[in-house]
Design a protein around this ligand. Structure first.
Ligand code: NAG
Ligand code: NAG
Ligand code: NAG
Length: 372
């Protein structure tokens, strides 16, 4: 890089290159110092290095919902340990956090030599605010699943980077393990089905769906936390409210017209290759929903009731936390998120609007999601 920057032989780029080199050296130096200290590092410190940068949009989302930062670190520890042992039982993590830290630090490089990076066998393709993060966190408890923690957005935003780039992002897996990633925007991306099928016709697809009205409100609530100045939900949802004219060009509305998007997918995939998870049942019966996901992926049923507990204060299920984790992983809203209150009449109007789309969707997939 430095060489290329120097070649124009102008002073500015020479100086720039010098600064780059200097900062790289500093980084390397700091890293070396840290690494030498690694034997006395705490669990938390180690996990910190695995956290995605906080200013990254995807990372923020992850951090908001499920304390993924901490869980990623733990998960990596579990994975590496399992890979190292060549076995797969992640369900009973060792009781001592320091034990994890010790085995990780000495064995990380060895562990990462095992397995290969493979293109994903399965994708969680949607939908935004449906509960995709929860499904990903739940399924990756399974020892035969390895998942990418962040959203690569390959089939929508990064497609021109090519399949090799995409594969490079994937975690290493043993032959017996499934590689998985999730990017909820794929479901509503016109080119995604064609692109995914050209990667492999056999790709398994998971779509987490939820009542489109609650999904839209949740979507709006999330946007509102980032852009507090946007118009009200009602103003955005309707072209003319008294006429009941819904604005289908608004993304929050459009995403919930599941059948329209699904028809696009069905031009490239058989229905049997797509598994629909009910976002509602994921809350009331996470183990039941996860059993179906495991069956669909051809996995042994390992994730079960004993992995979950229901937090009554939160009103959502949580994963029982491994002892080495500092946070339980719960499904549900992050604390302090402003809850928008939407008039019942507006909800009814939207419910009415979605009904024909919902019914067509139920008929097509052969399941009644009971949103009506
Ligand atoms: C909505 O439609 C009604 C009836 O056509 C009309 O009188 C009213 O001005 C419209 N409102 C808006 C905001 O366009
Ligand atoms: C349940 O959720 C509440 C509210 O978010 C939290 O304060 C509490 O620690 C949680 N309890 C458990 C056991 O996870
Ligand atoms: C340095 C060190 O402790 N390495 C260990 C890594 O894991 C292997 C297999 O479990 C052990 O045999 C090594 O001692």
């Amino acid at each position: 890089m430095a060489h290329r920057l120097l070649s124009p032989a102008n002073k500015f780029s020479a100086r720039f290159a010098f600064i780059c080199t200097l900062s790289l050296s500093c980084t390397y130096l700091c890293y070396s110092v840290l690494f030498c200290r690694s034997t006395v590092m705490t669990n938390q410190g180690y996990e910190g290095k695995r956290c995605p940068p906080k200013n990254h949009a995807g990372a923020k989302k992850l951090l908001g919902k499920l304390e993924v930062c901490a869980s990623l670190g733990v998960r990596t520890a579990l994975d590496e340990s399992a890979v190292r042992r060549g076995t797969a039982d992640l369900r009973e993590p060792a009781s001592s956090g320091s034990h994890w830290a010790a085995t990780r630090l000495t064995n990380v490089s060895t562990a990462q030599k095992y397995g290969n990076k493979k293109l994903p066998n399965a994708l969680i393709v949607g939908v935004k605010k449906g509960g995709t993060r929860a499904v990903l966190e739940f399924i990756r408890i399974h020892p035969d699943v390895r998942a990418l923690g962040t959203e690569p957005h390959f089939f929508d935003r990064n497609y021109e980077r090519g399949l090799d780039w995409y594969r490079g992002l994937m975690p290493r897996t043993l032959d017996s393990q499934i590689t998985l990633e999730k990017t909820p925007s794929y479901f509503v991306t016109r080119e995604a089905p064609r692109r995914i099928s050209s990667m492999s016709h056999e790709t398994k697809l998971i779509v987490v769906v939820r009542n489109p009205v609650t999904r839209a409100i949740s979507d709006y609530t999330q946007t509102l936390t980032k852009k507090p100045d946007i118009p009200t939900f009602e103003e955005l949802a309707f072209k003319n409210r008294s006429l009941g004219l819904v604005d289908t060009s608004w993304n929050a509305i459009r995403i919930g017209m599941y059948i329209l998007h699904l028809e696009n997918w069905l031009q490239y995939f058989r229905l049997s290759q797509i598994h629909f998870v009910s976002g509602e049942r994921l809350i009331t019966d996470p183990a039941g929903e996860m059993s179906r996901v495991q069956d669909f992926l051809g996995l042994k049923r390992i994730i079960s009731d004993k992995h979950f507990y229901f937090n009554r204060t939160k009103g959502f299920p949580c994963l029982k936390k491994p002892e080495s984790s500092s946070h339980p992983r719960c499904l549900g809203k992050s604390k302090g998120r402003t809850h928008v209150q939407i008039e019942q009449e507006v909800i009814d109007q939207l419910q009415e609007f979605y009904r024909p789309f919902n019914i067509k969707f139920y008929e097509t997939v052969g399941q009644d999601f009971k949103w009506d």
